[in-house]
Structure formats: C-alpha cells, structure tokens
Design a binder for this molecule. Structure first.
Ligand code: AMP
Length: 296
C-alpha cells in the first residue's frame, strides 16, 4: 500500500498501477476515522477493481461556520492500518493546502436535490461535497467510485453531477453498515455520551417501525408515516429532531399528500436527522413501498 500526500505523487502512483494493467481503478472518498462502514466500501471496491484508491480528507468546504470541522475526529495511524487490512493500494491524504492551494473560485453545484434534507439544514454543504468529489475524480480518474447509502442524499446528488457533467465514472452505492443493535456506524458516534448512545437507537428503531407499518399494510399517507417516525424518535428525551421526511428517491420530491404510501410508484426514502447534544446523527432507509407491501 502506498501513502501519497500530494497530487503529483498520487498521479504517479495511479499511472504506475494503470501501466501495470491492474484492471479498473476504484476510488473510495472518506473523511477518515475509519470504521466498518468505510471498510465495506473498500471491500466492494476490491471485488470489482484491480486498484483501490482511498482518500482521507476532512474537507473544510463542506462544513458550515458553526460545525465540527476543527473537532472532527482524526486518527491517521489507525486509518492506515484499516486501509491496509482491507486491501487499499493507494491512500491519498492531502492537507488543506494541497487540496486548496489558492482560495477556490470554481465550484460544482447541483440544484434542487440539494435544497431539502441535509441541504436545508446545512447550507452550502453539498456544494462542498460536489466540489471536492469532482476534484478527486479529476485527480484519480477512477472507473468506479464507492459511496455509502448512509448518506443517501449524497449518492443522489453525486449521480446527478456525474450524469449532468458526463463524468466518466460509475457511482456504486453500498448498503448502510450498522452496529448489532441497529445504530448506523458513523465517525461522529464517538461524540456521544453513554446515555446519548443508548437513546440514539431511536433513529434506526423508528425507521424499522415505519417500514414494518408499510409491510404489514398499516401505513397510511406519507404524512401519517412521518408522524409515526416523529412519535418514535420523541420517545427519547434527549433527541431533538432536525428533520424527519419521506420523499421520492432519488428525485427527493414530496409524495402526494392525499394518497397512501403503498400506492407510490418507485423508491422512497425515509430520512432522519436528529441531534443529541451537539452531535447530529443521520439515518435513512430506501425501499419500494409497493414491493415491500406485496410481500405480505
Ligand atoms: P465519511 O468519512 O463519513 O465522509 O464517509 C465516507 C463514505 O463512507 C461515504 O460514502 C459514507 O456514506 C460512507 N459511510 C459512512 N458510514 C457508513 C455506514 N455506516 N455504512 C456504509 N457506508 C458508510
């Protein structure tokens, strides 16, 4: 495994692998403090690609002024051990100066998909994401790029960017990895106190209960299922809901308010963002109500 810290070294390492005929190149962009969710992306990339490139970069552009850029957890040594164990060939760890040597004047922005859910709560966040991912795509020129459905809106936004701008890369969306009790893995989980960690289970639990309501034919309209989500999350006294939404996926459009959820065509996303103290957690579930309900 090669660790590279600037763009010249990165390009040289990739050229070397490309020249060796090692097969497709897969890119796994991350912000580090790696866990089993990141490992699952690396493994998927390893199954499909001869060369796996992982980037570790806490991107200031995607953090708001009052967010946790400074305090975001970092542990390079542990990250490199995990990357090596999970088969990364090249790990790119740029500094902020390497990524943004001069104040950036060009940005990539995706409209409409970025105005709801996390885009509404974190203005400018997705512009930071699309800009840094576009830069990484230009640097690495991967055949495939791997992203987790933990950030399902990010997947929808990046797919739109790749399609709109004819980027020559396929986005591979990977399932959410959870702890055995249901909590979605996140680098930010380390911020939680023991009591917050316990109460944070309301995110996955509410999504599971809402999905079960659909499966068992008990779900009414999207608005009613949204109320169910909110009522389950509210069982936790420490939870402060940022949003609870049910939208079409990947278009992220509102569902018809009058009709039953099970009459919706195509996929939907049930998405939550909930704060516990200073820690903001997100979780979601994407499925096709008609298929799920038909299983009953
Ligand atoms: P991050 O380091 O949090 O920016 O995440 C890097 C990539 O890992 C993103 O594509 C995330 O969606 C993905 N990821 C983070 N947590 C999980 C998880 N629990 N399961 C699957 N993918 C994840």
């Amino acid at each position: 495994m090669r660790v590279v810290r600037n763009v010249e070294q990165l390009r040289e390492a990739i050229e070397y692998m490309r020249g060796g005929g090692h097969g497709p190149i897969g890119l796994v962009p991350t912000m580090g403090f790696l866990h089993e969710g990141h490992a699952s992306l690396l493994r998927r990339a390893g199954e499909m690609c001869g060369t796996v490139v992982m980037s570790i970069f806490v991107n200031p552009l995607q953090f708001g002024p009052n967010e946790d850029f400074e305090s975001y957890p970092r542990d390079e040594k542990r990250d490199l051990e995990l990357a090596e164990r999970e088969g990364a060939d090249i790990v790119f760890i740029p500094s902020v100066e390497v990524m943004y040597p001069v104040p950036i004047r060009s940005k990539v922005m995706v409209s409409s998909l970025t105005t709801q859910l996390c885009g509404a709560s974190r203005p400018g966040h997705f512009d930071g994401v699309t800009t840094v991912v576009a830069k990484l795509f230009n640097m690495v020129q991967p055949d495939y790029a791997y992203f987790g459905l933990k950030d399902a809106q990010q997947v929808a936004v990046l797919r739109q960017m790749v399609s709109d701008l004819n980027m020559n890369v396929s986005i591979i969306a990977c399932p959410i990895v959870r702890e055995s009790d249901g909590l979605a893995l996140s680098s930010r989980n380390v911020y939680l106190s023991a009591e917050e960690r316990h109460q944070a289970l309301v995110l996955s639990r509410s999504l599971r209960e809402a999905r079960e309501a659909v499966e068992e034919g008990r779900a009414g309209t999207a608005a009613e299922v949204k109320q169910l989500l909110i009522s389950v999350v509210s069982r936790s006294p420490l939870a402060v809901i940022d949003y609870a939404e049910i939208l079409s996926f990947p278009g992220l459009e509102s569902l018809e308010s009058g009709s039953r959820l099970t009459d919706t065509d195509g996929e939907i996303i049930m998405a939550l963002a909930v704060k516990f103290g200073k820690t903001r957690l997100i979780d979601n579930i994407v499925f096709t109500p008609k298929e799920v309900a038909a299983l009953v």
